[in-house]
Ligand binder design. Structure first.
Ligand SMILES: [Zn+2]
Length: 299
């Protein structure tokens, strides 16, 4: 299971159109309210803080959006945004010790805990970015349990939904033996930091189109056999990472010099050497880590 997805939360989408029920749930003593501050979790010594009903009511009266995330078993889960406050007052109001990025908590949070924090982070981020209608410029107000905003312009009234920006991430294999995969050093990366190739999907492209275009643009290679490997929720702030494997038609690589400084073929022995020297293959919480380890194990 990849980090940030697959949480056990039932999103209970049908309830989003029932504000009376959602308000009643917010007043129930067992309800969980997760406070966030500017994309960061608010934590104490035990991990992300869960507000008690009393404190949640206090926080909601002073804070920004409250969004309904779903049900964890019988327990309703909401998130509340304290971004309007400075950090110290936000931390204190939540009864937390400090703020931490969810990505820094991977390994300490269980999979469900990471998934719900990432979900809350992405949804609250969108509210802060979608305060106005992009068509008429009027303010937009929240609704649907925090899953839609509505333009208040009298002539407009457009519904605005959370945006997701898909990106492809690709493990490219060499055309012939020995088995090799292509890793690249990105502009700004450390001297020996090699990673898989990736890029955003453009308007009017399929995911496979985006793989072929990005590999041609960034590394000067033509790829075939573009095969889906899996996807990962990546709400940092609004991504969806879609993993592929593809095969180059030639060993010849020509980097663009703008996004990539260098791209090289690595054998499985090369990757094992990198692991043996204490480096990781990709970021441990990200799909490229899995793409590389799947390939390394011969799958
Ligand atoms: Zn509008």
């Amino acid at each position: 299971m990849l980090a940030y997805g697959g949480g056990r939360l039932d999103r209970a989408g049908a309830l989003r159109t029932d504000p009376t029920r959602l308000n009643a749930l917010l007043d129930e003593p067992g309800t969980v309210v997760l406070p966030l501050w500017r994309d960061r979790c608010l934590v104490d010594g035990d991990g992300p803080v869960r507000l008690t009903a009393e404190r949640a009511a206090l926080v909601r009266s002073a804070a920004g959006e409250t969004v309904f995330l779903g049900f964890d078993g019988d327990v309703a889960v909401f998130a509340v945004d304290l971004s309007a406050l400075d950090e110290r007052p936000a931390v204190e109001m939540a009864g937390a010790a400090k703020s931490v990025d969810v990505r820094a908590l991977v390994g300490r949070l269980d999979a469900d805990g990471a998934a719900v924090q990432a979900y809350a982070r992405g949804l609250l981020h969108w509210h802060r970015q979608q305060r106005f209608c992009g068509v008429c410029g009027a303010p937009a107000v929240t609704g649907g349990g925090g899953h839609v905003r509505t333009c208040t312009g009298a002539e407009c009234g457009r519904l605005l939904f959370p945006r997701i920006e898909p990106a492809i991430i690709v493990l490219v294999e060499a055309p012939g033996p020995p088995g090799r995969c292509l890793l690249a050093r990105h502009v700004g990366a450390a001297e020996d930091a090699f990673s898989t190739l990736a890029g955003f999907v453009e308007v009017g492209e399929s995911l496979e189109d985006a793989v072929r275009r990005e590999m041609a643009e960034e590394a000067g290679i033509t790829v075939t056999d573009v095969t889906y490997q899996g996807s990962q929720a990546w709400p940092f702030p609004a991504g969806l990472m879609v993993g592929f494997r593809a095969t180059a038609t030639s060993d010849e690589v020509r980097v663009d010099g703008e996004e990539l400084l260098e791209a090289r073929w690595f054998t499985r022995a090369d990757l094992r050497d990198r692991l043996a020297s204490g480096r990781t293959l990709g970021r441990v919480d990200a799909i490229d880590h899995r793409l590389l380890h799947d390939w390394l194990s011969g799958n």
